[in-house]
Design a protein around this ligand. Sequence first.
Ligand SMILES: [Zn+2]
Length: 289
Amino acid sequence: MAMGWNRFRKKKDMPSGLWTKCDQCGAMIFKRDMEKRYKVCPECDHHFVLTGPERVELLIDEGTWIEEFAELSATDRLHFVDKVPYTDRIEKTVAKTGRNEAMIIGSGQLGGRPIVLGVLDFAFMGGSMGVIVGEKVTLAIEHAEREKLPLILVTSSGGARMQEGTLSLMQMAKTCNALGRFDSAGGLYISVLTHPTTGGVIASFAPMADMVLAEPGALIGFAGPRVIQTTLKQDLPPGFQRSEFLLEHGQIDRIVSREDLKEEIGRLIDFVKGPVVRAREAKVAEAEG
Ligand SMILES: [Zn+2]
């Protein structure tokens, strides 16, 4: 897969050395080797977290991406203050990431196929879902429905954004409602769960897909293992809440390595756009007629 991976490698991400240490296996890795593999450790296959823009670059053909609603930014309706006012937190995060919210949506081509893509960026307040994230997920779903395009959503999230209280929890119902309409209209939704996908995001739009893919070793679950262990007063099985565990227990459809992700999604779209979409479209036409 030829792609201009280096375009997103900013100078500030490349401090003094050419080497970095893997979080998982502790190996010293030549950074260029890791970047060639889209931030996957060449020694142990550990998948490092990608930023939102890196994820877009991984999946979308160069020069075809059109981002939408990038101007929408979080609002502080509850005038929430924890250690610092929420507005200060937003301002700092916007300055740090250069983006207005944790959700990136738009359209482009995936291996020559037009798609609508939404990516949750963990670098922006832990990819948490507030009102604007919920709105942007919904706008992406509606775009895909209007244009009859496959919808791909990639998640990495700590869950609902606590600074937006109940308003953030309402996004769970809102996004699922939009997906319900999309499904009735015969839309195709492929979800990609990446490390970590938790809380209100895994409890709403993330797993409500026709096909649920996950990257290897990703932490996926509602409450964290420590909370569950304390509540149940029981030891948890090894590998609990990791992609491999979920696959074994039938909660996801497939684990796909980052290097194969673009090709695999393309293959799935081609497969589903055949008989499945035709059958659904016939069903919709019958219901309408
Ligand atoms: Zn490693």
